[in-house]
Design a protein around this ligand. Structure first.
Ligand SMILES: Cc1cc2nc3c(=O)[nH]c(=O)nc-3n(C[C@H](O)[C@H](O)[C@H](O)COP(=O)(O)OP(=O)(O)OC[C@H]3O[C@@H](n4cnc5c(N)ncnc54)[C@H](O)[C@@H]3O)c2cc1C
Length: 384
C-alpha cells in the first residue's frame, strides 16, 4: 500500500493550494480527484484582489491566466438600474476549466503527486486508509477534505450539514460585448449576476436551497432580463455552502474550501476562502507533522486559526436571523412606495452605497457601525 504524509481529496483550488504549500514544505503529498483534468466546474470565476494576492503567494504570479478584468459594476434592484460602482473594486475572471488545471499543473511541477479520474469512496479513520473506487488503498498521516460543496469527507463528522445556497448558471456568447459586472438584487429569493469572460459571459442566479425549484423557474426569466440568449447553452445547477461547519477538523482529518462551508456569505465567493483555509490548514498540518502540535490539540488549533471566517459567518447569520424576525420590516421593504424611496436614496448617495458594499465585503454587516465609520471618514476628508 502506498503511503503519504498527506492525502488530499479534491483537486480544486482549495486542494491544490493545500497541496502546493505542503509540497513546498517538503511533505509527500497526494491529490486524488474523481475527474481527469482539465475538468469543468460550475462557477462565475470572479477573483477578488484579496484572492489574487493569496494565489500569487502560493503559486507565484503569472502561473494562471485571466479571461477578463474589470472595475466597472452595475447594480440593479430587480430590473431597475440603481447605480454604477465604477473604480471601487477590480475584479479578475478565470475560466475554471483552465484555472484549476493551471494550479494543478503548478502543484505537479513542484513535485506533488496525483491520482485523477478515480473517486475516493471509503475512509478508514482508525487505520488512516482511503479506498478508491477501483479498490486501491492509500495510507496517510493526515487527510484533507477538499472535495467541494457535497463533500464525502465532511459527512464523516458533520452528518447533518447541508449546503444552504443553490445556484443556476450558464455561459452564453458575449453578443452584447459586455466587459463589466452586473449584479441584480431583490430577485425572488436571491440575487443574479453577469460576469464577463472575454467572448462569453457567466449568467447566474442563486437563492436558498429550500427554494431550488423556484430558483430553476426564475432563472429562465432572469436570463431574458439580461438580454443574453441561452439557446444551445448548457444550464446547470450547483450548491454553495456559505455556513462554516461546526467541526472543521476531526482527529487528523481537516476540511478546506467548500467542503468546510468556507465561502463568503454575503456574495457566495469561495475562491478567496479556498486558498485562505488551505494556508491555515497547511500551517496546522506542518506544525502537527513537525511535532509542535499534539493530535488531540489539532482540531482546536485549526478552528482557532479560522476565527476570522467563523466571525464573518456568525455576524452574517445573526443579521439574517434578526431581519427574518422583523416580519413587519420585510413587508415594509416589499412595498412599492418604500422600494421607490429606497432606490432614489441609493441613486442620490452612491458614495454611501459603495461604502456599505465595501464594508460588507470586509465582513462588517452592521449598518449602524458602517454609518458611523462613513460619517467619521467624511469628517476626516473635510478636515484634509
Ligand atoms: C454557480 C457558481 C458560481 C460561483 N461563482 C463564484 C465566483 O464568481 N467567485 C468565487 O470566488 N466563487 C464562486 N463560486 C464558489 C466557488 O466555485 C467555490 O467556492 C470553489 O470552487 C471552492 O473550491 P474547492 O477547491 O473547495 O472545491 P471544488 O472547486 O468544488 O473542487 C472539489 C473537487 O473535489 C473533487 N471531488 C469531489 N468528491 C470527490 C471524491 N469523493 N473523490 C475524489 N474527488 C472528489 C471534484 O471533482 C472537484 O474537482 C461559485 C459557485 C457556484 C456554484
Amino acid at each position: 500500500m502506498k503511503q503519504f504524509d498527506v492525502v488530499i481529496i479534491g483537486g480544486g483550488p482549495s486542494g491544490t493550494s493545500t497541496g502546493t504549500m505542503l509540497v513546498k514544505s517538503g511533505f509527500s503529498t497526494l491529490i486524488i480527484d474523481k475527474h481527469t483534468f482539465p475538468r469543468k466546474k460550475l462557477c462565475a470565476g470572479g477573483v477578488t484582489p484579496q484572492a489574487k494576492k493569496l494565489y500569487d503567494q502560493i503559486f507565484g504570479e503569472g502561473s494562471y491566466t485571466f479571461s477578463d478584468t474589470t472595475d466597472k459594476f452595475k447594480i440593479y434592484f430587480m430590473e431597475k438600474f440603481i447605480l454604477n460602482g465604477d473604480d471601487f473594486y477590480t475584479l479578475n475572471f478565470v475560466r475554471r476549466e483552465v484555472f484549476d488545471n493551471q494550479l494543478l499543473t503548478r502543484y505537479k511541477e513542484l513535485g506533488g503527486q496525483t491520482i485523477e479520474g478515480k473517486k475516493a469512496i471509503k475512509f478508514d479513520l482508525e487505520n488512516n486508509v482511503v479506498t478508491l473506487e477501483d479498490g486501491e488503498q492509500i495510507g496517510y498521516k493526515v487527510l484533507v477534505g477538499a472535495d467541494g460543496a457535497t463533500s464525502l469527507v465532511r459527512k464523516l463528522f458533520n452528518k447533518d450539514y447541508k449546503p444552504n445556497i443553490f445556484c443556476m448558471e450558464t455561459y452564453p456568447k458575449n453578443t452584447l460585448d459586455c466587459h463589466s459586472v452586473s449584479l441584480y438584487a431583490g430577485l425572488g429569493g436571491g440575487y443574479g449576476w453577469i460576469f464577463p469572460h472575454g467572448d462569453s459571459v457567466a449568467v447566474g442566479y442563486c437563492g436558498p436551497t429550500s427554494r431550488s425549484k423556484q430558483n430553476c423557474d426564475e432563472f429562465e426569466d432572469f436570463i431574458k432580463l439580461t438580454g443574453f440568449s441561452s439557446e444551445g447553452c448548457d444550464i446547470r445547477g450547483a450548491y454553495i455552502p456559505t455556513e462554516p461547519v461546526e467541526v472543521p477538523c476531526y482527529k487528523n482529518v481537516l476540511l478546506v474550501g467548500d467542503a468546510g462551508g468556507f465561502v463568503f456569505p454575503f456574495t457566495g465567493e469561495g475562491l478567496c476562502f479556498a486558498p485562505y483555509t488551505a494556508m491555515r490548514a497547511s500551517e496546522t498540518i506542518t506544525a502537527y507533522l513537525g511535532g509542535q502540535i499534539a493530535l488531540e490539540d489539532l482540531p482546536v488549533k485549526y478552528k482557532e486559526s479560522l476565527q476570522k471566517i467563523y466571525k464573518i459567518g456568525h455576524d452574517f447569520n445573526e443579521l439574517i436571523k434578526r431581519f427574518g424576525k422583523k416580519k413587519f420590516l420585510v413587508r415594509v421593504i416589499k412595498s412599492r412606495l418604500i422600494r421607490g424611496i429606497g432606490l432614489r436614496y441609493c441613486r442620490r448617495h452612491p458614495d454611501f452605497v459603495n461604502y456599505v458594499i465595501q464594508e460588507a465585503l470586509d465582513g462588517d454587516f452592521s449598518l449602524k457601525s458602517i454609518r458611523k465609520k462613513f460619517k467619521a471618514q467624511k469628517k476626516a476628508n473635510k478636515k484634509k
